[in-house]
Design a protein around this ligand. Structure first.
Ligand code: BJ8
Length: 423
């Protein structure tokens, strides 16, 4: 048995099933990424992480656990990484982005649940993802109904903590989130056995801010008329950002940005000058969901920005540093996480549309693709306002619903191609 198989077996994984996933991934990755021309050299690191996605990082996490550290799995960008890091824990994002995990999720969830939830539950219960086996605790949040109820099912199998997110942005809602963060600090202290003081929390805030600044720098490179990196490659980096070591990721993204900024100076673009520039908005795209980016970029367009949680919502706004007390730090975290994340689970949520309009201008986009996962009622319903306002503002918009299956890929390609031709 090779090293990886030994590790997966020790984690109690279903090796035969998992081998099927391992066999499919390299082909899918090769088709979407390695067929691109003129990729930046700085993508080598991210290729390497993806090539052994169930090997290298899981082995690091297990080594850290052996030294007494706890690994905490999260599903949403509302959960503050800073608190986990301050307690000497390690954060790993857990959202499932593959159809491979969906059938296992459907064994316990209604079929008309969004694929992100079905895949996430399926990855745990089907024992086919090492990250879902390694995490010592999962942290959920009360965002959409599907997730809330799915966490109850997961809690029968794994230790869970739920953060209760208010669904409005009134002052009392922000105050409730402050308290939720301070409670989360206690939960992490008890679970890890490590006291979180203000110095440790400030340090963690700094680490995550540096990561956000690196990702902001990466996105800034895409605002240029010369586009030095594809949307597919940026999406992959964002997906890896959810589970990689934050300081290493920051360094790798900054090195890549040095190269991209040089490319811009030299006029090296990955797309022809007249390729339609697309902003994507909607539900998140968890790894390995590369479907829409691949369709757009193999149909003549270039994705230059994503207004979603695997895009700008992950890094826009940093958290105030050098806080004096835990209460001040909690308010600083609330300001960034609660007041400035505009998820469709809030009512009302006009700030999201303002964000899309601002980004459309900053990234000089020609068209907006509004892509939502099937059965996500929140985003599908909010679409009424999003599409209307964007059209009123003169933008060309195409709204699409899809899941993780390949069966609609050709139909989507036809619609996207027609849209790209029209703009
Ligand atoms: S902050 S977008 S990561 S909740 S797609 S599971 S909403 S039914 S993922 Fe999300 Fe946090 Fe909001 Fe972002 Fe439910 Fe919709 Fe599925 Fe979703």
């Amino acid at each position: 048995m090779d090293k990886n198989h030994q590790m997966w077996s020790d984690l109690g994984m279903d090796l035969d099933k998992h081998d099927l996933l391992c066999a499919a991934l390299p082909g899918a990755f090769g088709d979407v990424f390695l067929t691109q021309e003129n990729r930046p050299k700085g993508m080598d690191y991210f290729n390497m992480v993806t090539a052994d996605i169930h090997g290298i990082r899981p082995a690091e996490l297990i080594a850290a656990q052996k030294e007494g550290r706890k690994v905490i799995g999260t599903f949403c960008v509302f959960v503050p990484d800073e608190v986990i890091i301050a307690a000497n824990g390690i954060v790993t994002g857990l959202c499932g982005g593959s159809q491979f995990w969906v059938p296992e999720g459907e064994k316990v969830l209604p079929a008309n649940t969004c694929p992100l939830i079905k895949a996430s539950v399926g990855a745990r219960l089907g024992k086919t993802c090492p990250y879902f086996r390694i995490a010592d605790m999962f942290v959920g949040e009360t965002t959409c109904d599907g997730k809330k109820k799915a966490y109850e099912i997961l809690s029968e199998d794994v230790k869970m903590h739920i953060m209760h997110l208010p669904h409005g942005k009134r002052p009392q809602d922000a105050a409730a989130w402050d308290k939720e963060i301070l409670d989360f600090v206690k939960v992490m202290e008890d679970f890890t056995g490590n006291k979180v003081d203000i110095d440790k929390l400030n340090q963690a805030i700094h680490i995550v801010n540096e990561k956000r600044k690196a990702l902001q720098r990466l996105y800034n490179c895409r605002k240029n008329t010369c586009v030095p990196i594809s949307g597919r490659d940026v999406l992959l980096i964002m997906q890896i950002a959810f589970f990689d070591d934050p300081e290493r990721l920051t360094a790798q993204v900054n090195t890549l940005c040095d190269e991209l900024e040089k490319r811009i100076e030299e006029g090296i673009s990955v797309s022809p000058k007249n390729a339609p520039r697309i902003l994507l908005t909607g539900t998140p795209m968890a790894i390995p969901n590369w479907k829409m980016h691949n369709i757009v970029e193999t149909s003549g367009g270039i994705v230059v920005c994503e207004e979603n949680c695997t895009g700008t919502r992950y890094f826009t706004h940093t958290v105030k540093e050098n806080n004096k007390t835990m209460e001040e730090a909690a308010s600083a975290l609330t300001e960034r996480y609660f007041n400035n994340i505009h998820c469709a689970c809030f009512t009302p949520n006009p700030e999201r549309i303002d964000d899309i309009l601002r980004l459309a201008k900053e990234y000089q986009v020609d068209g907006i693709l509004n892509v939502n996962l099937k059965f996500c009622n929140l985003y599908a319903t909010e679409n009424y306002f999003v599409e209307r306002r964007l059209k009123e503002e003169g933008y060309k918009v195409l709204s699409l619903e899809t899941d993780y299956e390949d069966s609609d890929a050709e139909q989507l390609r036809t619609r996207v191609s027609a849209f790209l031709e029209m703009i």
